[in-house]
Write a protein that binds this ligand. Sequence first.
Ligand SMILES: [Zn+2]
Length: 501
Amino acid sequence: MRLAVLGIMHETNTFSNIPTDDRAFAEAAFGGRHGDLLGDEVREVYGDVGITVAGFMDADADPGVSVVPIGWAATGPGGPLPTSTFDRITAAQLARLEAEGPFDGILLGQHGAMVVEGHPDGDAEFIRRVRAAVGPRVPIGNVMDTHGNVSPAQVHGVDITLLWRTNPHLDCRARGLQCARLIAQAVRGEIQPVQAIVNPPLVANILAQNTADEPMRGLLAQALDLTAAMPGLLDASVGEGFPYADVPHMGMAAVVVADRDQAAAQAAARALALRIWEQREAFDPHGVSVADAVRLERGDAAGPVVLLDCGDNMGAGTPGDSTFILEGLLRERRTGWLLTVHDPEAVLACVRAGVGGTVRLRVGGKIDGLHGTPQPITGRVRTISDGKFRAHDKHVHGGHKAFDGGVTAVVQTDAGGTLVLTTLAVLTMSLDQHYSIGIDPARFDLIVAKGVMSPQPAYGVIASRMVYVDTPGISTANPRFLGHQHRRRPMFPFEQDTRWP
Ligand SMILES: [Zn+2]
């Protein structure tokens, strides 16, 4: 049998002004290549990495199965796809599907949080076009991210839906292979998959999405127990939801695949959804408020307190110029802090003043108007450097090595803190960022890092304590800050008194 692999994988933050256009796909450096691949390029770039489509292609080794990569497009998180970009990529993949067909089964590697202009449920629209191309009888399997917004339209447009069960994601390839094998069984007539989805009205806060921690850990264990206990169930998934997409289907999901028995699938999905709902308070943890965070004292501790600026998580596509914590530090008249801000204009003013010169700056809060207001700073320029550094320590998220912040100025502020101003948006996730410009971060009382997970490996080495700070911003850990217009109402945690079922 011949199975075709295709898909568009995108995590769309509808609050982001980063474009996800043709250029974003052309320049996306996933695997060192552009992000919009066709045919054997998919195997060359992704054949041996830990993602869904690699798992699909692993099924090629199974007897009697031939897996044909048709196309796969992916790029970094950003705003909605323009219709023209979505249409172009989809049409190219479908043309190739037709030219290389017919196929006995289809394997899709979607994300579940793709938004296209004119199609709030971009994944469902892609699925709809694939189904229209292959007809109603060809089994389609779809594997998606743990934290997409899984909708009935996505699930019922295909025959088998599996979600990854890990976040951070470690089982993507295994889930891909599992899906390919189930589709192969369906093609042979060994199973007749039916599905059910139940969407309880809540979304998981990003701080509650780690599958190694409760409540996800327990829920996923229950999903496995349910699958084992009920004969005929093939798979059960828990979708965490993606709060940064302002769409009606944003939220959590219970998805179950059964063999022939629709009633069993429905009962299991409902049982799982009820368990999700029972845990709703645990899905709404709170970070520390800015007001409380800027009052934290290092005291006699062996290392600084590291404040994680959740709303300006640069790894999720934010500008890196948030000033909510800086404003709090200034208001509280704190000293001994170290904070990095992406602000090319302020760097230029420092370059003009020169090392040793005095500067009067308005720092940060300039790029998109969503991350605080520019803060008045006076101080002395301590150093100016080219901002390039290599991470020498082992403790860097994702194993990244080479960083470039562009021209970088260090300002000793009259307020008693140290500001690192960068020309380019560079992630604060290596201590070498500071060592390379003559700063020993371990000596500070408070350090601000812009991120949620990515700063932790590096800063964890010196920190006495790391604190999630509940800042506004387009990556906020507190979905109430986002100002959704299109979500369902009522919905938890927005409406705390939401009743369900
Ligand atoms: Zn993900």
